[in-house]
Design a binder for this molecule. Sequence first.
Ligand code: ADP
Ligand code: MG
Length: 274
Amino acid sequence: MTALQIENLSVGFRTGGQDFFAVDDVSITVEPGEIVALVGESGSGKSMTSLAVMGLLPNAASVTGEITVGGTKVSGLSRREMEDLRGRRMGMVFQEPMTSLNPVLTIRRQMTEGPRRHLGVDRPAAERLAQDALTEVGIPDPAAVMGQYPHQLSGGMRQRVMIAAALALKPALLIADEPTTALDVTVQAQVLDLLVALKQRSGSGILLITHDIGVVAETADRVAVMRRGKVVEAGAVSQVLFSPQHEYTRTLLAAHLTVDEALALRAAEREGMS
Ligand code: ADP
Ligand code: MG
């Protein structure tokens, strides 16, 4: 079953008597065990797309199109049903785990609440699920971490906890919106490696939202490039990054050249000129 199917999604706002489309006729699918990246500059509509999937758009937004998560259509669900769908079928990981973790609750409390509420398991079973999930994401001493508060953990550890909390519910879909943007480079690479390892083990489909095309290159199977609310180019990562068809994709890539790549390109250009 397809993890996520977005068909002709548009998200509009009315500002000063004018309609503005933050998302404009976007279609994306994510299959189980696959990472699909949504990449584009700030303001291109990536977060609005993910908020539409989670049913968390601002009230002022008008939405058209169809979204299906793990076989369930999102449109027309009541608030209650949507909350239930989010809990059971969708895991969410955001840029700053400190804002999604509750500072006054232990990791144990935060990790066991989801399984207890959405999987209907008792406390000991929820604790086992939580501890297994922490082990799975590479937390060295899960039993100790269960008793700690978010501020006692490093940023990278907190993001692992968020990913573990999401995966403990075995969601059809994991939505990760800029999950590594607030982390330093080495930790960022570890968390991205973790996502790649988990997509294979968990079978969840992952929608990875990022402004960083380097993140796409390292993790994603397929990519949709967004600009001003529209998908301008989409396809397998190898195809889109190695032979971009759209000018905007080339611009994103050019802005991301490493020093080595830039030197190689300049050498190639000199070669071509001589
Ligand atoms: P991204 O995540 O790609 O940086 P967003 O999806 O957050 O971009 O934003 C897409 C567009 O929607 C932006 O132009 C932003 O200014 C606009 N936008 C965001 N929230 C609102 C709102 N509540 N009302 C009107 N426009 C909004
Ligand atoms: Mg965003």
